[in-house]
Design a protein. Structure first.
Length: 329
């Protein structure tokens, strides 16, 4: 199935030529995406797995600050794997699946803070000598071909940043980066859909989610992905039922959080507090929301008091700049 029409939709927001002013704006947005992942992930850690009812009872004003102690702690898996993927992307001109797998294994063996169950299964396969191209497939098949966690969506944003000006490469490498750990087509295509809207958002374009749903389906995405994209166009955040135990950690839920962020009117801080207050897999939902909102508002939209408590924030800024520099070549 062809992705040509999907590529055309994604590239609709590209400018004809870069100027000093446009590069400065894009640099701020790239930094906003990467620091947005970090801030959203950190904000959601305290309430991970909690229901919205529990959060309202114990934190009536919501989680409003990133804990200061996180400044000296290892990154959670959402941010750690986002950085891992970003560093792999700037290391060469083509995504190397073996390289990503090696980085993932090294991180997991060093502690792998917050590693998800599905990713842990893949890491164990890699450690036993299974080839990277086979490890995720084997773990998925053992699940009865039903495992569709949100680990690929939570880390996919660096691919959109690296290949903002090449929709074909963005789609190809988003798929490859997802399949390293999450083989289910719902995982792969939800990451593609999220990166598609992120690229358009960086270019100041509002995505027609109905058209996006039709194009990802025609390009090969499962119907569940298209239906989830369409639902995100008309739903409120409460409609996503993020704290539903049966849907917690589901790839399509995380994608829908990001899509919801595209058109809601609140600023970065208010939007992230709302997302985390909904409960469920709050650290991952926060990371995805942070990427999209950070791309919209830029770094300046993220509360400085949150950034101050993020471990190695200067390293994250540098990584965002390197992704931009490579994307402009």
């Amino acid at each position: 199935m062809s992705t040509a029409e999907l590529e055309s939709l994604i590239e609709a927001g590209l400018s004809a030529g870069a100027t000093a002013e446009s590069i400065s704006l894009m640099r701020d947005r790239y930094r906003g995406v990467i620091l947005g992942v970090a801030a959203g992930n950190a904000l959601g850690l305290l309430t991970e797995g909690r229901s919205s009812q529990w959060i309202r009872a114990h934190l009536p004003d919501g989680v409003r600050d990133v804990p200061q102690e996180l400044c000296d702690q290892p990154w959670d898996d959402d941010l750690a794997q986002t950085v891992m993927l970003a560093e792999a992307l700037v290391a060469g001109n083509r995504l190397d699946v073996d390289d990503i797998a090696a980085r993932l294994l090294k991180w997991a063996q060093a502690g792998g803070h917050g590693i998800g169950f599905l990713t842990l299964g893949v890491v164990r396969e890699l450690a036993s000598g299974t080839r990277p191209k086979d490890a995720a497939r084997l773990v998925w098949e053992r699940s009865g071909r039903t495992a569709a966690g949100n680990g690929a969506v939570m880390r996919c944003s660096p691919v959109a940043l690296r290949w903002r000006q090449s929709a074909r490469r963005m789609i190809e490498e988003t798929k490859e980066s997802a399949a390293v750990t999450h083989y289910d087509p719902r995982c792969i295509w939800s990451a593609v859909a999220l990166n598609a809207v992120l690229v358009q958002s960086l270019g100041g374009v509002t995505t027609d989610l109905g058209r996006l749903a039709a194009l990802v389906e025609s390009a090969g995405a499962p119907r569940e992905v298209g239906a989830a994209v369409r639902f995100a166009q008309r739903c409120g955040l409460e409609d996503l039922e993020l704290d539903d135990p049966d849907g917690m950690g589901y790839t399509l839920k995380a994608m829908q959080v990001g899509l919801w962020c595209l058109n809601q009117p609140e600023d970065f801080e208010a939007a992230l507090i709302r997302v985390v207050s909904m409960g469920g897999d709050t650290d991952t939902n926060g990371a995805v929301a942070g990427a999209v909102m950070g791309g919209r508002t830029g770094l300046g939209g993220i509360p400085q008091r949150w950034i101050a408590n993020i471990h190695q924030s200067s390293r994250l800024l540098d990584l965002a700049d390197r992704l931009l520099d490579q994307s402009e070549r």
